[in-house]
Design a protein around this ligand. Sequence first.
Ligand code: OAD
Length: 273
Amino acid sequence: RKLSERSLAGVAEYILSGQAQKIVVMIGAGLSTAAGIPDFRSPKTGLYANLQRFNLEDPTDIFDIQFFQEDPKPFYTLAEEIYPGKYKPTISHQFISLLAKKGLLHQLFTQNVDCLERLAGVPDDLLVEAHGSFNSQRCIKCKTEYPTEEFRERVRKGEVVYCPADECKGALIKPDITFFGEQLPTRFRQRRHLASEADLVIVMGTSLQVGPFNELPEDVPHITPRLLINRDRVGSFGLRSDDVIWLGDCDESVRELADALGWREELEKDWTE
Ligand code: OAD
């Protein structure tokens, strides 16, 4: 075993001993709920429990590529609501950025499309947006990119945006976020091996219900300590001798971890700046 104890204090001690130089972080929607963006699967507050107005047979249809082609309105309505621009990173996002600043972040894999990792200052080279992001958008037919500012404006006005090219005959423009039925971005496949190089893995704010992302914590060798910070126990956490399960709110837990590391002041300063 590498951890002296299976707690935040044990993980902090491991980091401070210098044994964790390649930390891989894997996150999901739970990281952004404190920023005001709902997650997907929380029973009352999650997005999937609040889509009645769209009369969908299955709530995940809103991110289904076939459904989108038949009826783009539900997705466009939702896109207007969750479009980046009005949300700020949480202290948990800032903590990941601090790991990067200290040269300890090997890679951040996020399922979120809200761009809050970038806003917190995580460098592009250390970031894999495994389900894409709202950072760009393109025609689903000819794949030509559509200008971001214009797209944002039109989405805000409640319009559905189509490709201007004659040969596309009004094919839809879709943000480069991964829908069900689509492949994950190439970057995910290219960088997936980085998970197995980790000397510490931190998983936060995800139900680990969606593949192939949920295979990432399994790619990690059994001797590598894994820390789960989440409201619920998820995935295979607990089966390995160096698994730490820290149940609760991620911002609170991250502050506790920062305290144990002696980084709290720096973290709060970075966050408010
Ligand atoms: P989920 O909504 O499935 O899971 C969020 C997890 O975070 C749950 O376990 C919550 O209990 C937990 N959580 C919420 N707020 C929290 C907080 N403040 N502190 C700690 N834990 C908290 O979201 P994801 O796992 O990200 O895919 O969902 C994965 C994918 O499913 C998404 O990327 C999206 C969705 O369908 C696509 O759209 C392709």
